[in-house]
Write a protein that binds this ligand. Sequence first.
Ligand code: IMP
Ligand code: MG
Length: 178
Amino acid sequence: MEIKALHPLFTAEDIQARVVALGKEIDATYGNESLVAVGVLKGASIFFADLVRAISKPRVELDFVRLASYGNEDVSSAEVVMSKSVDTDLGGKHVLLIEDIIDTGHSMAFLQKFFLSCNVASLRIAVLVDKHERRQAAIEADFVGFQLSEGFIVGYGLDYAEQCRNLPGLYTAELASS
Ligand code: IMP
Ligand code: MG
């Protein structure tokens, strides 16, 4: 399958407005607590970079995890593994997990289980796109950029076969067999 067309969904300006609003929500939620922001590579990298800079508190540590799945080119599979873990000892810390998209919810369910096993003080989830169409695991994000019911979304870090991550806006990808 290849990308036949990209249909604009949210502009870079639309996204920045949501990111700024999420930063304020995060500020209000954590008050003066320090936190560790953990980004999920690679998809959340661009959202992560913008969102952490929308948090006004200086006591924010940054870390990353990376997921892989067996037998599936995207990570929308029940068999998720972590190919890179955090460097930080998260015990007793407030962790804000930053992800690009929740689709089936399997990736986030896996991450939630992992972080809770690290004896964190609290775990919250920020997600750019909360997509409900294929949800299988009961996952609720605390901070949501955009709610969508359907479609395959690319841009602003999200890819189709590693393409389109660099686009500043979000698009619905129309796919066609070549
Ligand atoms: P889940 O485990 O099904 O919730 O899938 C989450 C992961 O699948 C995301 O982190 C993305 O890497 C990928 N994914 C799911 N839907 C999309 C999409 O619409 N565009 C790009 N990647 C997606
Ligand atoms: Mg991802």
